[in-house]
Design a protein around this ligand. Structure first.
Ligand code: GLU
Length: 419
């Protein structure tokens, strides 16, 4: 029995089972590695603009505290429940360990459709959520960041709320803040830049000329839009994009700058073009060089995996590919190079780590330094993953997760079991 029920949590459990078998981890050691250390559920009451009171349920899950504070985003979405948040926290642990950050994984969220809130209501909810979390977070306990449905402004409200209760400014309590409030240069772009950088490495490995390459991007939030901008800057043609309002397809290539400007003005891709509308599910199986799922979990199941016509699957989202789809992709690994989520989208948390370090030291870096260090970490993790996959004859996901799980396990083993 566990409180973390649901399909996303089951997926994280399933994936861990594959890794634990691969690493021959004794059965009595597995729950200690997998099950979250702490989880908190809070009620967040807010005043609505119409004078009524609404209550939203919020969560925070801290997966393990063995390597340092926990780290991970806060999601405002209607999909949010304790099981989803727990799975995302577990993935953050493997991700942070894979790229060598001194963190355990965490994730939080509020079950809410943020587009249904006015700006005042969103501020009220953000502040109340952070206020409810004060006993459980801290710069050396648990450090939040943006995720789906939250952004720099929400992080600024989180930081301000925490700081007001402390009676001093504590910028290092969250990352992904505006640069004007202790954020770092390059955090906003970090995840998309990382996705595009790794996709470019694999295009190079496959000897695909960037100027002949095409990409399809599902999701046009922070990750999808910056991935599109970066890939386009390398000469890659973005032939399809989508968000929750629909998909757009143009074999000649979409105008990324115009799409970004439209979303900046109207909040979504809706209304950009009637002629270019396309089936949002069918989009995933379009022939292309790079497919970037950058929206949400479990969009590539076994059926979709069998129909994929991409050469590189660059997972910008967390958990976009189900374990059943992984089995299909293992059969297709000569045709499709998978860059698994915990590596592919790790640029975000890597630069969050840089932001935390800069805030703690009050010494701020140039954007070039942020990018240079981000790419160095991604290159190292990519090389380790590829070498491990080759050595053990396993998929890239198994290799990447095995490296992450092994590091957490080593830390737990050397520290010992208390008392
Ligand atoms: N929410 C992002 C992720 O899933 C970023 C987390 C962070 O920067 O701490 O990786």
């Amino acid at each position: 029995m566990t409180v973390y029920s649901g399909p996303v949590f089951e997926m994280a459990v399933n994936q861990f089972g594959v890794i634990a078998d691969h690493l021959s981890i004794p059965h009595d050691e597995r729950a200690r590695l997998l099950m979250p250390k702490r989880s908190v559920t809070v009620s967040c009451p807010i005043h609505r603009d119409d004078g009524t009171i609404a209550v939203f349920e919020g969560y925070r899950v801290q997966h393990h505290l063995t390597l340092g504070p926990t780290k991970g985003g806060t999601r405002f979405a209607t999909s949010v429940d304790l099981g989803e948040v727990a799975a995302l926290a577990i993935w953050m642990s493997w991700k942070c360990a894979l790229v060598g950050l001194p963190y355990g994984g965490a994730k939080g969220g509020v079950h809410v459709d943020p587009t249904s809130l006015s700006r005042t209501e969103l501020e009220g909810l953000s502040r109340r959520y952070m206020q409810e979390m004060i006993p459980f977070v801290g710069p050396h306990t648990d450090v939040m960041a943006p995720d789906m449905g939250t952004n720099e402004q929400v992080m600024a409200w989180f930081m301000d709320t925490y700081s007001m209760y402390q009676g001093k400014t504590v910028t290092e309590i969250v990352t992904g803040k505006p640069v004007a409030s202790g954020g770092t240069l390059g955090r906003r772009e970090a995840t998309g830049r990382g996705v595009a950088y790794l996709a470019r490495r694999v295009l190079g490995l496959k000897s695909i000329n960037f100027n002949d390459a095409t990409a399809v991007i599902q999701g046009f939030g922070n990750v999808g839009s910056y991935t599109a901008i970066e890939l386009a800057s390398f000469g890659v043609k973005i032939i399809a994009v989508s968000d929750h309002t629909g998909a757009l397809y143009d074999a000649k290539g979409l105008d990324v700058a115009a799409l970004v400007a439209h979303v900046g003005k109207h909040g979504s891709l809706a209304g950009y073009s009637n002629e270019l509308q396309y089936d949002p599910v069918g989009m995933l199986t379009l022939p292309c060089d790079v497919l970037v799922p950058a929206a949400t979990e479990r969009v590539i199941d076994a059926k979709v995996a069998a129909q994929l016509q991409c050469r590189i699957l660059a997972e910008g989202a967390n958990g976009p590919t189900t374990p059943d789809a992984d089995l299909v992709l293992e059969q297709r690994q000569d045709a499709i190079f998978v860059i698994p989520d915990i590596l592919c989208n790790s640029g975000g948390v890597v630069v969050s780590y840089f932001e935390w370090v800069q805030d703690l030291q009050q010494l701020f870096w140039e954007e070039e330094e942020v990018m240079h260090r981000e790419y160095k970490i991604l290159d190292r993790a990519f090389d380790q993953m590829v070498a491990r996959a080759k050595r053990d004859k396993v998929s890239h996901r198994t290799a990447a997760m095995a490296i992450g799980v092994e590091k957490v396990r080593a830390a737990k083993t050397t520290r010992g079991l208390f008392p």
